[in-house]
Design a protein around this ligand. Structure first.
Ligand SMILES: Cc1cc2nc3c(=O)[nH]c(=O)nc-3n(C[C@H](O)[C@H](O)[C@H](O)COP(=O)(O)O)c2cc1C
Length: 203
């Protein structure tokens, strides 16, 4: 099959686009408002974009009803965020933090999660997550948006500090079997990543 995305007539029961980019890592993003209110939400349009210096991006896809999600607003206001790793053990908590709640509502409380202070930035970390990337906001790239009044904003941040729990290390390497990150598929589906295979690059 083939379809053009300008009219999106794929003829399938559900839009297959997100199922074609899988698995997508989940940036479970902590930010803080200018008033000091912490916010936590998952973003699966998330990835690393460079390693020297290390940088990550996530994309806030706001509809006309809510063009600027709290995470984006806080990044623009206070310039810092933490990307916490969402794992199999934390899947229910991660999901709960995606609820649309007003900025003054604390998603840590909502999900029954504890915070841990960051070392270099103000937003707190999700204590139980095994990996945290402390990030300083670099720039926003505003992308086309088909919803008039909506906003597709790609946020790029520089990773200035990385926490890795000793519990997920084996012989000094991050052990995927211990880490068990979850990642987003299409529809309502997720996958758990706990297996690796190794290939060497051609010389
Ligand atoms: C697994 C998962 C991935 C998500 N990925 C995104 C994303 O990439 N971009 C986005 O705008 N919303 C995404 N959402 C929805 C946001 O988490 C949701 O709109 C949330 O309420 C935003 O919170 P905030 O306003 O506190 O930033 C995702 C939700 C889930 C459960």
């Amino acid at each position: 099959m083939f379809y053009e995305t300008r009219d999106n007539k794929h003829g399938l029961p559900h839009d297959p686009f997100k199922s074609c980019i899988v698995p997508r890592p989940i940036g479970w993003i902590t930010t803080i408002s200018a008033d000091g209110i912490a916010n936590l939400a998952p973003y699966s349009f998330f990835n690393g974009v460079a390693s020297d210096p290390p940088m990550v991006m996530f994309s806030s896809n706001g509809s006309s009803a809510n063009p600027v999600k709290d995470t984006l607003a806080n990044c623009l206001e206070t310039g810092e965020f933490v990307a916490n790793l969402a794992t199999w053990d934390l899947r229910e908590e991660m999901s709960r933090t995606s609820a649309a709640v007003p900025p003054e509502e604390d998603e840590f409380l909502l999900a029954g999660l504890e915070t841990a202070p960051s070392r270099l930035i103000k937003p707190p970390r999700v204590k139980s997550a095994p990996i945290h990337l402390e990030c300083r906001y670099l720039q926003t790239v505003d992308l086309p948006c088909n919803d008039p009044g909506g906003r597709n904003a790609l946020v790029i941040g520089q990773v200035v500090g990385i926490h890795i729990s000793e519990d997920v290390l084996t012989d000094g390497m991050v052990d995927i079997g211990k880490l068990k990150p979850i990642a987003r598929l299409g529809y309502k589906d997720y996958t758990r990543v706990d297996e690796a295979f190794t290939m060497t690059r051609p010389a």
